[in-house]
Design a protein around this ligand. Structure first.
Ligand code: ATP
Ligand code: MG
Length: 325
């Protein structure tokens, strides 16, 4: 059985080397006895998949990708161009779309993840007020929520383009959603997703207590007042674990890349069963603990090929599993 090679995006400034962001992973693959191959990410994004794989040898066999996120349509072109060269991406285009986009994984994880409703959009046009009102109604019509697209949020513009303090205030929901769509611009993935806001444990200790208060004395964090806690949410992050799954097994449990210094040990029994049900070989799940201690929640699911690894993590077990898979 041929062993998989790993595709990395090339450095745009020096196409014979991996992109600097992935250089340490590529080096580790080589140290583990694996093979790296380079693809042209800019060409992939531009819709020129054949050109993007022009440096690959013919008959390159089984392949994993480790690189920047690709829209699902671009990933499908990538897979086809590799097939034409005798390569075989081990995650199929439908498998990629179902782990990468919320509507693809939501049905499997419903109940273990915040309730969500989505509105497909065309181009960069925001949903109409009627579409928004209908999505709000599907979420119960009131309470705090967040907005994101099928893949990403604008969590760094929390108040402006992410957090919805009250779904019943449709005018305010419309304003934040329109700003979100405007800021995403041509990068808006799939459509607009509204998700009920849940209170998670935050940086600084359980319920946000015990740590330095960077929110000007917002003592309501974690006290059950979702509005006030959400008001702080952009500045004091939920503590998340990123779990890397290969063939239904957790091969690496680490911090979220945004907070690589925070170690968390999530309970995985329920999530394991859901990941197996999703049926994708290589995925990540970001997990956060509910602030009231009532258990772990799936914040989001991702395709393992395009999930970022936190700086400084020991990824040798994960990468060794990939080249042995
Ligand atoms: N339903 C929710 N309730 C409370 N907080 C949430 C909710 N959804 C997201 N958040 C907060 O917003 C952050 C960003 O959300 P999410 O992870 O879905 O988007 P993202 O932009 O894809 O992030 P990532 O950098 O992990 O890819 C989360 O890390 C979490 O702190
Ligand atoms: Mg996230």
């Amino acid at each position: 059985m041929p062993v998989p090679s790993i595709l990395f995006p090339a450095d745009p400034l020096n196409p014979r080397r991996p992109d600097p962001h992935f250089a340490w992973e590529a080096r580790l693959i080589r140290e583990l006895g694996g093979e790296n191959l380079l693809v042209d990410h800019d060409a992939l994004l531009a819709g020129h998949a054949e050109a993007a794989v022009r440096w690959l040898p013919r008959g390159c066999g089984p392949l994993w990708y480790r690189g920047w996120m690709l829209p699902s349509a671009r990933y499908a072109e990538f897979a086809a161009a590799l097939t034409a060269r005798g390569g075989n991406l081990l995650t199929s285009p439908p498998g990629y779309a179902s782990a990468h986009e919320l509507p693809g994984w939501y049905g499997v994880f419903e109940g273990a993840t915040p309730p969500s409703a989505w509105i497909p959009t065309t181009g960069a046009l925001p949903p109409t007020p009627e579409e928004l009102a209908e999505a709000v109604a599907r979420l119960g019509g009131s309470g705090p929520a967040i907005v994101k697209d099928y893949v990403k949020s604008r969590k760094h513009e929390w108040h402006e383009a992410c957090y919805l303090p009250e779904l019943a205030d449709l005018a305010a929901v419309g304003r934040v959603v329109r700003r979100f769509v405007e800021l995403q611009g041509e990068f808006l993935a799939g459509g607009v997703v509204l998700r009920r806001y849940e209170e998670f444990e935050r940086e600084g200790g359980p319920n946000g207590a015990g740590g330095p208060d960077r929110n000007g004395g917002d003592a309501a964090v974690g006290t059950g007042s979702a509005g006030a806690a959400g008001a702080a949410g952009g500045e004091r992050r939920a503590v998340e674990a990123r779990v890397w799954w290969l063939d239904g097994r957790p091969v690496l449990v680490g911090p979220h890349p945004d907070a690589p210094h925070l170690q968390v040990e999530p309970e995985l029994t329920e999530v394991s069963a859901l990941v197996r049900r999703l049926g994708c070989r290589f995925v990540t799940t970001d997990l956060a603990s509910r602030a009231d201690g009532s258990g772990w929640r799936v914040v989001e699911v991702g395709d393992g090929q395009v999930s970022d690894l936190p700086r400084g993590i020991d990824a040798s077990g994960l990468l060794a599993s990939l080249i042995a898979a």
